[in-house]
Write a protein that binds this ligand. Structure first.
Ligand code: TXA
Ligand code: MG
Length: 344
């Protein structure tokens, strides 16, 4: 059997290396190829958003269903406005408050955006990321980049180049290695193409700050469910099990070691030996060190570390991952959402 070719992996931690990776990525993208690149949230699998065939390759590599739209990444406001058919006051305010950064705005698509990008739908998700590499890349290319997270469909998003290599290595030519990503979970996706505005995917920018930014320019629905029953989902990527490790994941609350122990005693015997714990408030006594991760209690730091821990559990052959339930406050909204999806 022929072995899959290994991708080129180019680091960017010096100006020379950055420029070299940039030149190579531009060359491949201009030729209609797909390249894995770091963003501040997670690694993305990028292609020319104006080239339907190139975007088609992304779907093929990920095994992504054709109806699930991909986000278009831009490098300034003018480029964002060229991707959409309308730029309301709310878009102006949200962009001013959060761009460049982890926020995706869903708006009516411009005719230049091929239907494959939008999953055949009338809207397009646009984001101006803050990572310097993807910014330089978009500017050099001169076209926006369509990029979903660089993982097989419905799997866990990659926060390091090694994660990308492990899951997609044989299927892509180049991975640009920017080290671990800064934010660690995917962008907040908001639909402002109709009113009330709606959070389609929570993230580190939460509803309270979105409301504050739009002010009188719009009202927000406070439910983030994927649309009314019986109608097509507003965001197919939000349905079902998603953002999930291979292992079964559960989110538990426990008050002391005895309670944790009692709950664990009910875990089926075949899952018990490879049960990993992810905690942030206290370390259970006597738990084997190689099967527990203690994450920071701060939501930004927790988000930054979470996916790497889940990837690590999978690599270690975990069959069950028990995650300590996180606080119910707004700052943890995006994290609660991802844990819920991973556990579904
Ligand atoms: O942080 C991020 O958003 C990362 C980095 C690479 O930018 N990208 C990312 O893309 O997470 P992806 O494709 O894995 O997730 C995008 C989500 C999906 O749930 C998709 O359904 C939704 O955004 N989405 C994209 N365009 C949309 C649209 N026009 N209408 C509704 N939902 C949309
Ligand atoms: Mg994804």
């Amino acid at each position: 059997m022929a072995t899959e070719p290994e991708p080129e992996i180019l680091p960017i931690h010096t100006p020379e290396l950055f420029d070299r990776a940039l030149r190579r990525a531009v060359e491949l993208l201009r030729a209609g190829e797909v390249v894995a690149v770091p963003t501040e949230t997670v690694y993305g699998l990028a292609a020319n958003a104006l080239d339907a065939q190139a975007v088609q390759r992304i779907f093929h590599i990920k095994g992504r269903p054709a109806h699930n739209p991909v986000i278009v990444h831009v490098a300034d406001l003018a480029m964002a406005r060229r991707c959409v058919a309308a730029w309301p006051e709310a878009a102006e305010r949200l962009a001013a408050a959060f761009w460049p950064g982890p926020l995706t705005l869903v708006l009516p698509r411009a005719a230049t955006i091929p239907p494959v990008v939008t999953g055949g739908g009338p809207t397009v998700g646009v984001r101006w990321p803050s990572h310097p590499f993807i910014q330089a890349l978009i500017r050099q290319c001169g076209f926006p980049l369509a990029a979903p997270s660089a993982n097989p469909a419905s799997g866990l998003s990659p926060t390091t180049a090694a994660h990308v290599r492990k899951s997609l290595g044989g299927r892509i030519r180049l991975i640009v290695d920017g080290g671990p990503t800064q934010i660690g979970i995917e962008s907040t996706v908001v639909d402002i193409s109709s009113t009330p505005f709606r959070v389609l995917r929570p993230g580190m920018i939460h509803l309270e700050s979105l409301r504050a930014a739009t002010g009188p320019a719009g009202t927000w629905s406070s439910d983030s469910e994927p649309g009314p029953p019986g109608q097509p989902p507003r965001s197919p990527g939000l349905l079902g099990r998603h953002y999930a490790p291979r292992a079964r994941l559960v989110v538990w609350v426990w008050h002391d070691d005895a309670e944790l122990k009692a709950r664990l005693a009910q875990v089926p015997l075949d899952q018990a030996p490879a049960c990993h714990l992810i905690v942030y408030s206290r370390l259970p006594a006597g738990w084997p060190a190689e099967r527990v991760s203690v994450l920071p209690r701060d939501p930004a730091a927790f988000a930054r570390a979470l996916y790497a821990e889940l990837h690590r559990c999978d690599e270690a052959g975990a069959s069950l991952i028990v995650v300590e339930a996180v606080p119910e406050t707004a700052a943890w909204e995006g994290i609660r959402d991802r844990l819920r999806r991973a556990a579904s």
